[in-house]
Design a protein around this ligand. Structure first.
Ligand SMILES: Nc1ncnc2c1ncn2[C@@H]1O[C@H](COP(=O)(O)OP(=O)(O)OP(=O)(O)O)[C@@H](O)[C@H]1O
Ligand SMILES: Nc1nc2c(ncn2[C@@H]2O[C@H](COP(=O)(O)O)[C@@H](O)[C@H]2O)c(=O)[nH]1
Length: 197
């Protein structure tokens, strides 16, 4: 039997830990699906983003986001500390680079929940990443979910819906699309894609 050459992995390519990126329009249910999945499988590691957005009620620093000032975000960007970053509906968001790379190097799967602009940057810098698009069952249902969440004022909802039109048109850029009709079903499908179990 041939020996495994030094430095190569004996693990079949599809079983290797991978970077999974979940994107989709604001309000489609990304956080809900990921929370459900991590409730059942706490071993799924989700990157915590930095953002200049103000916390919503119940959101905790270091858990849901690292809530930073504009100046702090400027520094993170200038120091190359973000794997990707984007401005979305009036705020900036970015993925801390080191935590992600450390986990990938340790052989652990990594999940990012980020917008379309960020997904495109990850595709450029890490083409091996799997890009998953979460789509709404319909436009009207997306509007219902975003407004029903009750976390944004009408003008911010308008900005997010304008961005949603652009994001929905970009669906063909993704490797996979999951339609969020049932949180449980999508969470199960997403788990299978992350290579955690
Ligand atoms: N399958 C579903 N059926 C019905 N309602 C849903 C479903 N999934 C999520 N929701 C609801 O839709 C709203 C938006 O969900 P959520 O906040 O998870 O969206 P998101 O994609 O993470 O949004 P954002 O990008 O703005 O952070 C929430 O009120 C949530 O309870
Ligand atoms: N490019 C990035 N987008 C991110 C990141 N973290 C979150 N997001 C996306 O921003 C919008 C708005 O999020 P919200 O919490 O204010 O509703 C949504 O699409 C998120 O997925 C990030 O690090 N980079």
């Amino acid at each position: 039997m041939a020996a495994t050459p030094r430095g190569t992995s004996p693990v079949p390519p599809d079983a290797r830990p991978r970077l999974t990126v979940l994107s989709g329009p604001s309000g489609v249910g990304k956080s809900t699906v990921v929370a459900h999945m991590r409730n059942e499988h706490p071993e799924v590691w989700l990157s915590v983003s930095a953002t200049t957005r103000r916390p919503r009620p119940g959101e905790q620093h270091g858990v849901h986001y690292f809530f930073v000032s504009d100046e702090e975000m400027d520094k993170l960007i200038a120091n190359g500390e973000l794997l990707e970053w984007a401005e979305f509906a009036g705020n900036r968001y970015g993925t801390p680079r080191t935590a992600v790379l450390e986990r990938l190097e340790a052989g652990e799967p990594v999940l990012l929940e980020i917008d379309l602009q960020g997904a495109r940057q990850v595709r450029e810098s890490m083409p091996e990443a799997r890009l998953v698009f979460l789509a709404p069952p319909s436009w009207d249902e997306l509007v219902r979910r975003l407004t029903g969440r009750g976390t944004e004022p009408p003008e911010v909802i308008e900005r997010r819906l304008a961005a949603a039109k652009v994001e929905l048109a970009a669906e063909p850029e993704f490797d996979q699309t999951l339609v969020n009709t049932s949180v449980e079903d999508v969470a199960r499908e997403l788990l299978a894609l992350t290579n955690v179990v």
